[in-house]
Design a protein around this ligand. Sequence first.
Ligand SMILES: [Fe+2]
Length: 458
Amino acid sequence: MNSALTRVRLLGAAALIAVAAFVIAQTPRPAQTQTPGTPARFSEKEAHRPTPIPDRVILTWTGDPAHTQAITWRTDPSVTKSVVDFAVADGGPLFVKQARRVDARTEALTTDLGAAHYHSANLSGLEPKTLYAYRVGDGANWSEWFQFRTADTSPQPFSFVYFGDAQNDLKSLWSRVIRDSYRQASDIRFFVHAGDLINSRTRDAEWGEWHTAGGWLNGMVPSVPTPGNHEYSRDAAGKAMLTPNWRPQFTLPLNGPARLPETAYYLDYQGVRIVSLNSNERQEEQATWLAEVLRDNPAQWTVVTFHHPIFSSARGRDNTELRRLWQPVLERSRVDLVLQGHDHTYARSNLQTGAGALDPVGGTVYVVSVSGPKMYNVERLPWMARMAEDTQLYQVITVDGNRLRYAAHTATGQVYDAFELRKRPGRANQLVERVPKDVPLRLRVAPPVPAAPPAAPR
Ligand SMILES: [Fe+2]
């Protein structure tokens, strides 16, 4: 009896141990690398997981900015049908009762973090020069009501912002740049992103950070993005592959070369023709296309953006083939301003009429800039009218009749560089320097060695 009782007790103890072991095995534990008292890093998959509630809401254009507005957003794959409600905005809340509803197009995208649905709609038939409000959703889950303003049909003064490479530390360090640009010039009509918006084309977390940094600004101020080399990689056969996020998340014009959809395109906004070229591939084909697009250009001002600079501002990064192919077209077509990135420095030219410029009255200003925190050294070159190292910048560009005003601001809002272009019929633009006199060059120079203090008298 005693031995039987012992066996029962032993079996009971063994069962208890087994249950305890099972419970311990099932209890969620922190990452193995965590030491007691150290917080664990939250997973990117959770941090950027889509839900039925719209996020990554972004305005772009695929048509005329005076009469259309494209809107794109993301949800989880459970949302298969989405809509946009929109109305002319009003000071009171009852405008929502006037809202019209349009269906969105839904596209699936699977990234390294999982599956999502992207939804896009192009509002058309809008009134020019009008403030609209809109929300996006599935009928049960909605965004807030955002507001945007349509362009005028004729040339009118306006401002836009240009960013060089954002690329790294998008949430922690680039966010302050895009946000300060809106604080600086809140009536800006669009953001130009000159490539390398992110660092790794296949990492959805980086796109998540990019959208987080822009946040609700992207729902109110349209974006005009061009891709950089970091939006690309090459497959085994050397074929260029654009980040899979690009086309689902940006709804852009299809008026460029057929094999470069939504990366090479143009828009006309109140007297300015803005052209995005894709400097990563098919450069020769785009030179021909650009010449055609600018041959019958009704706009008074022409701004072109692409990623790889015609004149590099960092050592060992010269793009000779791109310069050979594109500089003659840019200058012959009287492009006023070229906005570029890639070199992680700041450099701005005076009016350039290079060897390839066939028009003696032309003259183009070239800018390389950087908005994110990755920094290279400037190669000091004679063409640079103003340069900077180790500086995050954004540019506010204002077009007002025959004047174009340009100001480069640091991430803290300080004007670092400025100039004005004046249009003169039948003659080259006049460039008036407005570089602030009291702002020293921001260059990496070895700090002067302090002189040895005189020996103290004994
Ligand atoms: Fe780049």
